[in-house]
Write a new protein. Structure first.
Length: 263
């Protein structure tokens, strides 16, 4: 090893100039610790200073997509930012909901589901989107036939996040469904059905967050801030729902860099 390199990379093991056996052969397995360390020295000295990887350009994708996202949320338009007191109250309410859910989870899990409630498998993305949002929202149909005489068709309007349903979802399913809905929300508009499920799934997330869940909720808050900026008509109900999700992600789940500045 060159002296200049040795100054930058000091030896961690005292390898001196030992009196090795005359028949020392670096190509055979070492017989002593000294022979082992000497062999390491020899192999390190043979390594080139610069190594260039051989890449076959034919194996590279012609079109590669790189997704870059800003780290924070977009600031709320003037008049849209919630007060600090409102945010603190929402965090307190949300905390109470989570405590109640955890306390009574076993009770609600033991409740029988109606025969028409068939929960999709965890990996069934399309099934969960239809289950949560309903065919009207999922298929972007403006109106469905009025079937007042036969009651509510939840397959068309979506199942609400009933406690008997969400209590049956383990953390893997909660994270998967959250990912499915956030993915859908990335290209679609915000709806009350989506808002109810996002709130329920956030209430089911266990702390400390897994890395995947941590990334998802940050993505959710950023998307809410983007939709809020595009809201031309100040729909107070929708603005409040978007503010609520941003508030919970930033202040309850400790993503403070995403928090709204109090108005």
């Amino acid at each position: 090893m060159e002296p200049g390199v040795e100054e930058l990379m000091p030896r961690l093991l005292p390898v001196g100039d030992w009196d090795l056996a005359e028949d020392f052969d670096p190509t055979v397995p070492p017989r002593t610790p000294q022979e082992y360390l000497k062999r390491v020295q020899i192999e390190a000295a043979r390594c080139p200073d610069v190594v260039v990887a051989k890449i076959d350009p034919r194996k590279l994708k012609k079109k590669q997509t790189v997704n870059i996202s800003i780290s924070g949320c977009q600031p709320a338009p003037e008049g849209y930012s919630p007060t600090l007191r409102w945010q603190q109250q929402q965090v307190a309410n949300f905390s109470a909901v989570r405590q109640s859910l955890n306390k009574h989870r076993n009770h609600w899990r033991s409740q029988h589901l109606d025969s028409n409630v068939i929960m999709p498998k965890s990996e069934d993305e399309e099934g969960w989107k239809k289950f949560c949002l309903g065919e009207r929202v999922y298929s972007e149909v403006d109106a469905l036939p009025n079937n007042e005489n036969i009651g509510i068709d939840y397959m068309k309007v979506g199942f609400p996040p009933l406690l008997s349903i969400v209590s049956r979802m383990n953390q893997a399913t909660v994270t998967s469904v959250l990912e499915y809905l956030i993915s859908w929300f990335g290209e679609k508009k915000f709806t009350p059905e989506l808002g109810r499920w996002l709130y329920a799934l956030l209430a089911c997330l266990e702390k400390p967050l897994l890395p995947e869940a941590h990334s998802l909720i940050r993505q959710l808050a950023r998307r809410c801030s983007e939709v809020r900026v595009l809201e031309e008509n100040k729909n107070e109900e929708q603005i409040s729902a978007l503010n609520l999700i941003i508030c919970l992600v930033s202040r309850y789940f400790d993503q403070r860099d995403l928090a709204d500045e109090p108005s």
